[in-house]
Design a binder for this molecule. Structure first.
Ligand SMILES: Nc1ncnc2c1ncn2[C@@H]1O[C@H](COP(=O)(O)OP(=O)(O)OP(=O)(O)O)[C@@H](O)[C@H]1O
Length: 743
């Protein structure tokens, strides 16, 4: 009986899918002919341009182009989801309405005639019910209004090539099974399939107050990147009326990472969003092209135990601190006050048009909220208007004075010759003076403003870091030694990542950020690698706090210059929601155990990461003093035999990575070093310096430690932790002893 019912149910589901696909095919067919029609119309209109009224055919072309685009978008949208129109269904009843089955997919589809939803978008308010976890009476949010309903059941489908393979009703236990199945997948195909298994705590972050900042401390592999990308997609879906994609920006740690997420965003319905790094963004927004010292170089030096100048590290850290922001503020205040002394009275000829004191007050007080140069532009406009208005009054007054004087001379002077001379003199004087005033008035404002010379932000900053007297003023807290070593460090002009925050801050406060770069919403991945001031400058320049920030302090390998705890970020974003994610979806229990051992040794006191229950091959330690290509070969073969294909060999330093690639190549083993600019060749073994591995993941990871071991210090622990947590299924450690891996 049970079986019979199941079969019937399966058939019904099959029919539902077939009907959906058939409907999609019908629409596809008609959008194809819409496309052809529009193309034909455009062609005709183009050929008619010559002899028809050209504005008519121009309109025609525009209209048909729009039709064409609509039809093409519809076609592409349908084609993208045809193979798998939906992934889940909810059996749901909105309060006061009949029960219904809603099928959830990556985008929505409505019936053209009945307007009934055939597929409901995963980002729609009601789809939240699917992710929220509970069955029974529930509430959900529709644009701020709480709606009630009853959720009877949730069902998940396995559909491939538009064929129903399987489905399963979801309760708390099957939820785990489904997730596990999803996690069994391979590194190269997974990122886009997550929408069906997004977990409750992840969903909460994706949908958390969109107009408020959010900071997420999430364990390695807890889905931070995934969540950030889905939140962007959800944001545009929900707030599309108020924001367009160009106003959104995602800041990634490096270009490699941008490439990595590049394929995912369009699949989530998000393109056109600005994807960049902090360094590129700042330079673009400031129209600067700086030769930055490689931010990884300093890290490499520390890691390779090459003695780095303590002062350099100290300065890097200081440049990210609230104190450096304070120095910039003091500098700006000084700069502003100097400019303010230049405001004197505005005259035309001998007439005072405006008081300097008044302009000064506008500059320092009333317009204080604006960037300095914008204030000056405003003041110039005000002077222009005032000059215009007052000149008219002055001229009227002058004219009538001359009239009066001339009248008096004409009537009052007896001597005709004297009278003639006086009157002529007055007329001549008037005829010179009045046009001169008119002429002068035209340029008064611009002449007045000339003394406010515009400064280049780069020049201002160089002045700050090289001018001893200035430093005494803006950093009085420093003793002689500190000031001198700061000056010494800046003798030669060079630019580091840390300097960008100040440049951006100065730009924001002196000139303002231009509209195309004035992003309204910001998403930051790997936020632990930012300094306080980097974030503060960005917030000040963009004048928004709509930031989504995700990161993991345990992976803070740049902590010598970046954040070491979240408090400064929370102070900077007082409205921020703070969330944590402890579960790792990437790594097997066996691998996570090893990584957790390292996490325990860190000073941050972060809670252990809980792997989602998924077992795998225990990590293997292989004792070897030096690289043996034979061993690598064997391991790679074994990994491939396990049907795992994305493999990385992670080395602590770039130096070791280079030397390993050399040795492998010499033995004809195809290998490639990963650097920020080269495309990945899938056929070769990817050799990755540990600091570049952040954010990436592989089916299997081999970690070697031949040159230098991982030492028992904060940065090495973090580098090792990052390396260990890149592995999804298999992990191999090769080195002289377990101690080399802090075990
Ligand atoms: N709900 C989920 N369902 C299926 N897979 C998931 C889910 N959440 C995360 N994953 C997978 O877990 C892996 C880790 O996700 P992601 O890279 O977003 O984590 P992360 O927190 O950014 O990691 P890291 O900090 O180590 O870079 C990815 O393969 C992702 O596809």
């Amino acid at each position: 009986m049970e079986q019979h019912l199941q079969l019937k149910d399966f058939k019904q589901e099959q029919k539902r899918l077939n009907d959906t696909v058939a409907y999609m095919d019908r629409i596809l067919h008609s959008s194809k002919s819409d496309i052809e029609n529009a193309q034909a119309n455009i062609k005709t209109a183009m050929s008619n341009v010559e002899y028809l009224d050209s504005s008519d055919s121009f309109l025609n072309i525009l209209m048909n182009t729009r039709f064409f685009e609509l039809a093409r978008d519809q076609k592409e949208g349908l084609e993208a989801i045809r193979q798998k129109p939906y992934f889940a269904r909810i059996h749901f009843q909105r309060e006061g309405e009949p029960e219904e089955f809603l099928y959830i997919g990556k985008t929505s589809l409505f019936h053209n005639e009945t307007h009934e939803p055939i597929i409901v978008d995963w980002r729609s308010p009601v789809a939240n019910v699917y992710y929220d976890g509970r069955l029974g009476d529930i509430t959900y949010d529709v644009r701020g209004d709480e709606q009630a309903g009853h959720l009877f059941a949730k069902r998940q489908y396995k559909i491939e090539q538009a064929e129903l393979l399987d489905y399963r009703d979801v309760d708390l236990t099957t939820n785990d099974e489904l997730l596990q199945e999803a996690l069994e997948g391979k590194a190269d195909v997974r990122l886009t399939e997550i929408v069906s298994t997004i977990q409750k705590e992840q969903n909460e972050i994706i949908r958390a107050h969109l107009r408020q900042p959010i900071l997420v401390q999430g364990a390695a592999g807890s889905g931070k990147t995934t969540i950030a990308l889905h939140r962007i997609s959800y944001f545009l879906y929900t707030m599309g009326e108020h924001f367009n994609a160009e106003q959104l920006m995602i800041l990634a740690p490096n270009n490699l990472f941008i490439e990595y997420i590049g394929d995912v965003l369009p699949e989530l319905g998000v393109d056109k969003i600005c994807q960049t790094t902090y360094a590129d963004y700042v330079q673009n927004a400031l129209h600067l092209k700086l030769k930055l010292t490689n931010p990884n170089e300093q890290l490499e030096k520390i890691v390779e135990n090459i003695t780095t100048n303590f002062d350099d590290l100290h300065i890097s850290k200081m440049k990210g601190s609230p104190f450096y922001e304070l120095m910039m503020q003091r500098y700006l205040q000084r700069y502003e006050e100097q400019l303010a002394t230049l405001f004197d009275d505005v005259f035309i000829e001998k007439y005072r048009i405006m008081k300097g004191e008044h302009l000064k007050k506008l500059f320092l007080v009333e317009f204080q909220y604006m960037p300095i140069e914008k204030r000056l532009e405003r003041i110039k406009k005000i002077i222009q208007t005032e000059v215009k208005r007052k000149t008219t009054a002055v001229l009227t007054k002058l004219n009538s004075r001359y009239e009066e004087a001339i009248g008096r001379a004409l009537n009052g002077m007896r001597d005709a010759e004297k009278r003639r001379l006086t009157v002529t003199k007055m007329i001549d004087e008037r005829d010179v003076r009045i046009p001169k005033i008119k002429q002068e008035a035209k340029t008064t404002a611009s002449r007045y403003m000339k003394k406010f010379t515009k400064a280049k932000v780069k020049t201002l900053y160089r002045d700050i870091v090289t001018n001893r007297e200035l430093l005494y003023e803006i950093a009085p807290e420093w003793d002689q030694n500190e000031t001198e070593s700061f000056l010494q460090a800046h003798k030669k002009e060079s630019w580091a990542l840390e300097d960008l925050a100040s440049l951006y801050y100065l730009q924001a406060k002196v000139k303002g950020i231009e509209d195309p770069w004035k992003m309204r919403v910001v998403f930051i991945d790997e936020v632990q690698d930012y300094s306080y001031f980097q974030l503060a400058a960005l917030k000040a320049g963009l004048e928004t706090d709509m930031f989504t920030m995700v990161g993991d302090l345990a992976q803070g390998i740049h902590s010598y210059r970046s954040l070491t705890d979240w408090q400064p970020v929370l102070d900077l974003f007082p409205r921020a929601t703070y969330a944590t994610l402890q579960k790792s979806y990437r790594t097997t229990i066996e691998i996570m155990q090893v990584a957790n051992e390292i996490l325990l040794q860190m000073e941050e006191n972060l809670p252990l990461v809980e792997p989602v229950v998924r077992h795998g091959k225990p990590p293997e330690f292989i004792a070897q003093q030096a690289l043996q290509v034979q061993t690598i070969n064997q391991i790679v073969e074994q990994i491939k035999a396990n049907n795992h294909h994305s493999i990385a060999l992670i080395c602590k330093t770039t130096k070791e990575a280079k030397s390993i690639v050399k040795q492998l190549e010499k033995a004809d083993f195809p290998a490639q070093i990963l650097d920020e600019n080269s495309a990945i060749d899938q056929q070769k073994l990817l050799v990755v310096p540990s600091h570049l591995a952040k954010g990436l993941e592989f089916d299997a990871v081999i970690i070697t430690s031949f040159d230098v071991p991982y030492y028992d210090n904060p940065i090495d622990r973090k580098l090792l932790y990052v390396a260990l947590t890149r592995a999804m299924h298999e992990l191999y450690l090769i080195g002289p002893s377990k101690e080399a891996f802090l075990m």
